[in-house]
Write a protein of this length. Structure first.
Length: 180
């Protein structure tokens, strides 16, 4: 079994059941391999979780980077980034869905490792929000965290067939767009 296939199976199981509830044995069974064989690719479950999380960061980061290229102004870039973020998150992509998982209950070393990856991804939004003409006195950090929290929270209530991810992202940005 390839490393990519193992990451894909792991991502789906982690997205569905969470990191803690998914065992290496569960992953091996779903992947059609012996549990011990997984350790050829990943020395520990934490290494596997980190690899899945990193793949999610890379996937959603690439989508956002493509979306913002060539956009004419700060608000259009932010809107494009939010659309790409939400479309990738809601596209039944297990890798991207793992990015929004709760990290507090993880081993502290693993949590720090994942937070570094998440922060690297979110740096895009730090830069996008810094470029916005927001009202004087706006706390840009809280503004950005509010935006990302709303985007990521969409995964809990979104149902295909309703408003599209792009429409939801546009509405969110429009609601927050209060020029300074």
């Amino acid at each position: 079994m390839s490393r990519e296939k193992l990451l894909s199976v792991s991502a789906r199981l982690f997205a569905r059941g969470g990191f803690e509830a998914t065992s290496m044995r569960d992953i091996a069974k779903r992947a059609g391999m012996l549990a011990g064989s997984m350790y050829y690719h990943f020395p520990s479950k934490n290494d596997l979780i980190a690899a899945v999380y990193e793949a999610g960061v890379a996937e959603i980061g690439a989508a956002v980077d493509r979306a913002v290229t060539g956009k004419p102004n700060a608000w259009r870039r932010l809107e494009a980034a939010c659309i790409a973020h939400l479309e990738t998150l809601l596209a039944d992509s297990a890798h991207a869905a793992v990015m929004t998982a709760e990290l507090r209950r993880l081993d502290p070393r693993l949590r720090r490792r994942l937070v570094v990856l998440r922060d690297r991804y979110e740096r895009r939004f730090v830069d996008l929000v810094e470029a916005l003409p927001l009202a004087a006195g706006t706390d840009r950090t809280l503004w950005r965290l509010h935006l990302l929290g709303a985007l990521n929270g969409t995964a809990t209530w979104y149902r295909p067939g309703g408003k599209s991810p792009a429409a939801i992202a546009r509405a969110l940005v429009a609601a927050l767009h209060r020029p300074g």
